[in-house]
Design a protein around this ligand. Structure first.
Ligand code: BES
Ligand code: MN
Ligand code: MN
Length: 459
């Protein structure tokens, strides 16, 4: 009954919902590059006005050295349960620009998908929560207290919200569960709830040698080349034979995959050939050979070079020994590796590997702790039921290889269940060119969240 009502509402409002989302997606709120800081503020304005417009009590929480948080709530009855929705209004940089079929910040609808940077990660998904609440408010059916917290630094480490959640100690953010849609379903028609996320240590290494670029003929030989030295260092991070990370003590705190997890994951449909084709690689030969593909992504740590720079990059040749070379290196952590220890081990290892004749600097850029969430209790069951009702299938419990930095802090500070229920699809291309979000996922997501809130309201 109520399900039919929400579907009718969505049907009626379709164009308006899409128009609103298009406005939001037009704003290039890239948090990783300060040149977009004005656009971040535009996204804050858009989001806070939107929350107000749908009837939420809304405030912008400014921060001295970070991007604002947007907070909104509707407390219908203090004796009722409260759900806190989290989302991030910042997006990844759009490059490489020439790979986009339509420009990243001119949202375009093709074959039932909306294409734009941030479509699935996370503007389209946080919109699901807002629209579900808008529907319930309009139809006078909101029986659950709702709170929203949006941050603008998720893609750059999430420091502002981290400080806020710790300082708040569950006062403003007091709730019975956190609901987050910032991941994908396991497959189309195959909903999932995520109970584990990897953490992260993000670093930058800089190897420096001579005080200036030098002629490689006049000086080459006795001078240690910083680019060669860098390659030598990063070339040692992975053991070729086992695929293991070679940093001493790196695996010390790693929790083994449980037997039930191995069994359940082995039963999930996974077509290795299709998977390889979809990402365009000939083999999945990376990582630890003793683990399955899903195990390697969800529950084993990694060490990856994300970027490498230095020396001559222009056309033609330039015979120099560069003065310096650098690399961005990140490690994905699994329970219960601690970022502090891992960075420590990493820094020592890099210094140990560095050849005589160059200096190395290792800088820590950001950290996030890994999480494992206990999926039990009444509210989780209601979420499961709502998902099953709308998608015709019970959600599978999965882990994910990605990172949402604030989740571990929510879990530790609020002490409530965290429901990571993503409505993206595996081929959405988050962080890639031609990122998209399926409108069908958007609409069915609204239906799911609305059903869930109605069920919680009946508790
Ligand atoms: N939404 C993603 C994380 C994600 C993706 C979780 C897929 C589960 C499934 C998030 O926006 C993201 O990209 N996080 C960054 C965090 C980093 C910059 C600290 C990541 O994982 O690289
Ligand atoms: Mn995200
Ligand atoms: Mn992201």
């Amino acid at each position: 009954m109520s399900s039919k009502k929400v579907r009718e509402w969505i049907d009626q409002k379709k164009d308006k919902i899409i128009d609103d989302l298009v406005e939001f997606l037009k704003i290039p709120s890239v948090s990783t590059d300060p040149k977009y800081s004005g656009d971040i503020m535009n996204a804050v304005k858009f989001l806070s006005s939107h929350c107000k417009a749908i009837g939420l009590d809304t405030k912008v929480i400014e921060s001295d050295d970070g991007y604002p948080l947007v907070y909104a709530e509707k407390i219908v009855d203090p004796n009722k349960k409260t759900i806190l929705f989290y989302g991030h209004y910042d997006v990844q940089p759009p490059d490489p620009l020439d790979e986009w079929e339509s420009p990243p910040f001119s949202p375009s609808i093709r074959d039932g998908n909306i294409y734009a940077r941030g479509a699935t990660d996370d503007k389209g998904q946080l919109f699901i929560h807002l629209k579900a609440v808008e529907y319930l408010l309009e139809s006078n059916d909101l029986q659950t207290n709702v709170k929203f917290i949006f941050e603008g630094e998720e893609e750059s480490g999430g420091e502002t919200i981290e400080a806020f959640v710790i300082q708040d100690q569950g006062k403003l953010l007091a709730c019975d569960a956190v609901f987050i849609s910032d991941s994908a379903m396991y497959a189309p028609g195959y909903p999932s709830v995520v109970y584990g996320l990897r953490g992260m240590v993000y670093t930058e290494i800089r190897v420096s040698g001579p005080s200036n670029d030098l002629h490689s003929g006049v000086f080459g030989g006795p001078v240690v080349n910083p680019a060669n030295a860098l390659a030598l260092i990063i070339g040692k991070f992975i053991d070729e034979e086992s695929g293991k990370v070679t940093i001493p003590n790196f695996y010390e705190e790693v929790k083994d995959i449980e037997e039930w997890e191995r069994k359940e994951w082995a039963q999930l449909p996974f077509d290795e050939k299709k998977y390889k084709e979809s990402i365009g690689v000939p083999e999945l030969a990376g990582g630890e050979k003793d683990y399955s593909i899903l195990e390697r992504i969800w529950a084993r740590p990694t060490c990856d070079v994300n970027g490498i720079f230095g020396g001559y990059q222009g056309v033609g040749g330039k015979t120099i020994i560069p003065a310096w070379a650098g690399a961005k290196v990140s490690m994905r952590l699994v329970p219960w590796q601690t970022p502090e220890n891992i960075f420590n081990y990493f820094e020592h290892y890099v210094r140990y590997l560095a050849p005589v004749g160059v200096n190395v600097d290792v800088e820590l850029l950001s950290v996030a702790r890994p999480v494992l969430i206990n999926l039990e209790g009444e509210i989780f069951r209601l979420a499961e039921n709502a998902i099953e009702e709308v998608w015709g299938r019970k959600p599978v419990k999965v882990r994910e290889g990605g990172t949402i930095p604030i989740v571990s802090t929510f879990f530790e500070t609020l002490g409530v269940p965290i429901l990571l229920v993503g409505f993206g699809l595996p081929d959405d291309g988050l962080h890639s060119p031609n990122e998209k979000f399926s409108l069908n996922q958007l609409f069915k997501g609204i239906e799911t969240v609305s059903e869930f809130l109605v069920a919680v309201g009946n508790l």
